[in-house]
Design a protein around this ligand. Sequence first.
Ligand code: TRP
Length: 453
Amino acid sequence: MSKHARDSFSSKFGVIAAAAGSAIGLGNIWKFPYVTGLYGGAAFIIVYLGFITLIGLPIMLSEFVIGRKSRRNAYGSFKKLAPTSAWKYVGVFGIGAAFLILSFYGVVAGWSIRYIFFSFSDAYQGSSAEISLFFSSLVKNPTEPVFYQLVFMCLTGLVVVLGVHKGIENVSKVLMPILLVLILVLDVRALTLDGAMEGVHFLFNPDFSKLSFDGVLVALGHAFFSLSLGMGTLITYGSYVNKKNNLVKTAIQVTLADTIIAILAGIAIIPAVFAFGLEPSEGPGLIFITLPNVFQNMPGGAVFCMMFFILLTIAALTSAISILEVIVAYFTEELKLKRKVATVLATVLTSLLGVICSLSLGIYSGYTFFTLNVFDLLDFISANILLPLGGMLIALFVGWHLGKYKVFREIAQGGTLKGQFLVAFMFLVRYLAPISILIVFLKGIGLLDLIIG
Ligand code: TRP
C-alpha cells in the first residue's frame, strides 16, 4: 500500500478499543489468575503493578511514539528513524517474536472455543477427575485441538484481511464492550457465592513471604505480555493513530483498562475457586480444570461456564489480530505484498507452527528442549526473554537514539505536556526501565549469581 493510502484508525474510541483489545487477552483472563495463584496472590500483584507503572507504561508510550512518528510497520519504523544503524534488527526480532507468540496463542484460543460448548458435554456432569481427564485428553488429542486452533486462526485472518479501520477497529469497537459486560456479570456471580471472601483476601492481602524471585521474573515477563509490549504490536498500532491523538492519555487509558480487566478476571475466578474449597495453584489448567468444577457446583453454572469461554475467546481474538497485524504490516510494506496475500501467508505460517505446538503436548511430547516441550518453550522464550529484551531495546532507542527533542515533539502533538513529565519519562526510558529489565533478566537466567558470586 502506498504511503498516502495508508489505512488508519478513525476515532479516539477506535484507538482505545483496538489497543486495549490487543492488550486484554489470554494474558489477562487465562494467565494472570493462574500466575497470581501460583506465586502467592496479592504480593505478586503488587510487584506486577509496580512493573506496569514504572516500566510498562513508559515502554507503551515509547512504542506509540516510534509508530506514529514513522508511520511504518515494526521493522520499517526503525529503518526510517535510524536508516544507517543496526536498530532495524530490533524490528526483525519483533516480527520473529510475533510468529512464536501467535503460534501458541492460537492453540490456547482453540481450547477456549472448544470449551464454549463444554457445559453441554457429559464430562461437565462428571466428577472432578473426569473434568480433568477431559482437558488432558483434549490437549493431547492429535486432531481435535488442531481443528479448533485452525478455526480460530481463520477468524483472526478474516478480521485482519478487512484492514485496519474496517476490520480491526470495527471489530474491537463491538467486542470490547461485550467483553466488559460479560466479565462484570461473572464478577457479580463469583462475589455473591458463600465463602468468596477468602479468595478476595488472597487477592488483596499481601503475604510477601510467599513471593519468590521466580515470581518477580514472571511478574516482569507478564507485564510485557499483558500490555502487548516488546515486539512492535503497539508500534504497528501507533502508526495508525492520527497526529491529533494525545498519546500519553491513550497509553494511560490502555494500561488502566488492561490492569482493571486482569483484576476483574482474578475476582471472577479466584473467589469462586476458594468458595468451593479448591486450590488456586493449579497452573495453566486453572481455568480449564478447576473452573469447570466451580461452575458445575453453582446455580446456573452451565450458562456462566459458556459465558466465560465466550469472554475468553473474544479476548483472545482481539489480541491475536494485533499480533497477526504486526506480520501483515511488515509483509505489505516491506515485501510489497497485497494485504490479502500477506494475510493468507502470515496466517498459514503461524498456523503451521501452531500445529506443531499443539502436537507437542501430545504425540510430539517426547521432543523436549531444556526439559520443555515446544509449547512451553515458545511461551517461556517469548514472555521471559524476547519481550523483555525487545522492550529494553525500544526504551533505549527512544531514550538515547531519538532523544529528548524528537520525543518531545511527537508526544506534544495532540496534547499539552508538562516539562516535569518529560523529564520523568526520559529518566524512566533511559535508565530505570533498561537497568531493571537487565537485572531481573540476568538474574532470571542465572548470570547475575555468577557475576556477583
Ligand atoms: N497482550 C495479549 C494478552 O494479554 C497478548 C498479546 C497481543 C501480546 N499482542 C502481543 C503479547 C504482543 C506480547 C506481545 O493476551
